[in-house]
Design a protein around this ligand. Structure first.
Ligand SMILES: Nc1nc2c(c(=O)[nH]1)N[C@H]1C(S)=C(S)[C@@H](COP(=O)(O)O)O[C@H]1N2
Ligand SMILES: [Mo]
Length: 253
């Protein structure tokens, strides 16, 4: 059977099983069989999260987030407020972020610590995509940076890798994505936006843009990434900070 028809069959089974509330448990069992259970699968909303994630992954693994034309770039993009920056951040900023590093470790052959200059030596991609907050507002901007896949290829991810967990300089912010998103061509480590360096309110000097998911997955001030096969070892074991605060781990749009 072709990959497409296999996916279509599994998806039909999932959707049919998930159609009734009692069927959600059956859908979860099917998703489990294909390794499509999200880390926040417990609790009241768990079966629904599982159905959304599994169906998205089966149907849209390689689909692209919409890209916009230059004329659609928002003239007044809205930066969501982030907390006051600690002294250590201010010192790095005063020095033009020359000392900023991104460390990449975990299930990789060659762990590294990269400066912004190192990242800028890797291939560059530009994309005009939308940031959509779960609270309802959005804006379109051009994002410029290194595709995450370039960094992952450079460090050599091990075969058992399943997720990339990424941490902000802001301690409370950390997220994770599966390999479908981590290796996706639109997932970028961005250091520039529109016509200049990425401004601090928008996540400068370094922000991971994940345009196939809601804004909260696009963590600002990224300083560390770790590749893992087990999300239960991080935080409360739900995959990221968002489900700890009541939002879905998978926020596909
Ligand atoms: N480090 C960090 N990253 C963050 C946030 C934050 O407060 N701190 N807010 C998130 C949320 S909820 C959204 S919707 C987007 C907002 O992006 P913007 O400020 O570019 O509009 O950033 C996300 N990334
Ligand atoms: Mo948000």
């Amino acid at each position: 059977m072709s990959d497409i028809s296999r996916r279509t069959l599994i998806t039909r089974g999932l959707v049919a099983a998930g159609a009734g509330l009692s069927g959600l448990a059956a859908a979860s069992r099917i998703a489990d069989r294909y390794g499509l259970i999200p880390p926040d699968h417990g609790g009241v909303y768990g079966p629904g999260e599982t159905l959304t994630y599994a169906v998205h992954r089966l149907l849209t693994r390689r689909s692209l987030a919409r890209e916009f034309s230059r004329s659609e770039i928002s003239t007044a993009p809205f930066a969501n407020e982030t907390g006051p920056k600690p002294e250590a951040f201010r010192r790095l900023e005063a020095d033009g972020f020359k000392g900023w590093t991104l460390s990449v470790d975990g299930l990789v052959a060659r762990p590294v610590s990269l400066s912004l200059a190192d990242l800028k030596h890797l291939p560059v991609r530009h994309q005009i995509t939308q940031v959509a907050c779960e609270e309802g507002w959005s804006y379109v901007a051009e994002w410029i940076g290194t595709p995450l896949i370039e960094v992952l290829n450079a460090v050599g991810i091990l075969p058992q890798a399943r997720y990339v967990v990424y941490f902000s300089f802001e301690r409370d912010w950390w997220e994770s994505i599966d390999m479908a998103d981590a290796l996706h061509p639109q997932t970028l480590l961005t250091y520039a936006m529109n016509d200049g360096d990425l401004p601090v309110p928008f996540g400068g000097p370094l922000r991971l843009r994940v345009p196939r998911q809601l804004g909260y997955k696009s963590v600002k001030y990224v300083t560390r990434m770790t590749v893992t096969d087990d999300l239960t070892r991080f935080g409360k074991g739900l995959g990221s900070a968002s489900p700890e605060g009541g939002y879905a781990w998978y926020a596909g749009i």
